[in-house]
Design a protein around this ligand. Structure first.
Ligand code: KIV
Length: 258
């Protein structure tokens, strides 16, 4: 049975940690789903595999294309899709159109968008009223890279309070969960205690209700990982060695063996 947004909220109530990872294609999504991941995020961190420097150039068409592939590989996990930069910030109408296309065309169950400033809170309210489940994202928001950089956020009392207030406003607007990215662990703990919806941390310490990482970081495929990522296996090395072995065998006419 597929996991619902309500079930994620119940996991928080039961004190059970939520496991989330990103996927950008059907094959990886299938592996993550079969391994029991609760939430699969088609994140715009996909910029890395498309050869973009940051998440800003990603288009809605690209997200739709990859989200459809991910959805085809998933039976159980909740699939959430990032709305890319400037496909929801312009107006409520633009956000409803973009999020609506994600749900109608991909079969994903929810969208994620960045920021908790007043206009975004209004947008979330309207999306939720339209029946579209929304996940929030505060702290380091990579779509604001030219304003924030990729630094930890919420280090001063003033910025910490701003992030806390954004999280509270997003919960009031109806998000079913919220990503807390690269903020101090004590701030993430405070937000997690304050909210009834689950917090999903990335670089936000162990007190969040769940954790998310970018799968290519976990697998050691990324050229460079953020400081808070953990590399569980080094597939870059494994693939390089396999390709070298294949090349040697082809050049030495050892493969194929007949
Ligand atoms: O795009 C992404 O992968 C994300 C995660 C880092 C939370 O938003």
């Amino acid at each position: 049975m597929a996991i619902t947004t309500q079930q994620l909220i119940q996991l928080k109530q039961q004190g059970r940690a939520i496991v989330a990872l990103t996927a950008w294609d059907c094959a990886i999504a299938h592996i993550l789903d079969a391994a029991g991941v609760d939430l699969i995020l088609v994140g715009d961190s996909m910029a890395a595999i498309l050869g973009y420097k940051n998440t800003l150039p990603i288009t809605l068409e690209e997200m739709l294309h990859h989200a459809k592939a991910v959805r085809r590989g998933v039976k159980r996990a909740l699939v959430v899709v990032d709305l890319p930069f400037l496909t929801y910030q312009e107006s409520v109408q633009q956000a409803i159109y973009s999020a609506g296309r994600v749900l109608k065309e991909t079969g994903a169950q929810a969208v994620k968008l960045e920021g908790g400033y007043p206009a975004m809170v209004e947008t979330v309210t309207r999306l939720v009223q339209a029946g579209i489940p929304v996940m929030g994202h505060v702290g380091l928001t990579p779509q604001s890279v030219h304003q924030l950089g990729l630094r930890q956020q919420g280090k001063t009392e003033e910025t910490a309070e701003k992030i806390l207030n954004e999280a509270i406003s997003l919960e009031q607007a109806g998000v079913f969960a919220i990503v807390l990215e690269h903020i101090p662990a004590d701030l993430a703990m405070q937000i997690t205690q304050k909210l009834s919806i689950p917090t999903i941390g990335i670089g936000a310490g162990s007190h969040c209700d769940g954790q998310v990482l970018v799968t290519s970081d976990v697998l050691g495929l990324s050229e460079k990982q953020p400081p808070f990522a953990k590399v569980y296996t080094n597939l870059r090395e494994t693939i390089t060695q396999a390709v070298k072995d294949y090349a040697t065998e082809v050049r030495e006419r050892k493969f194929p063996e007949y």
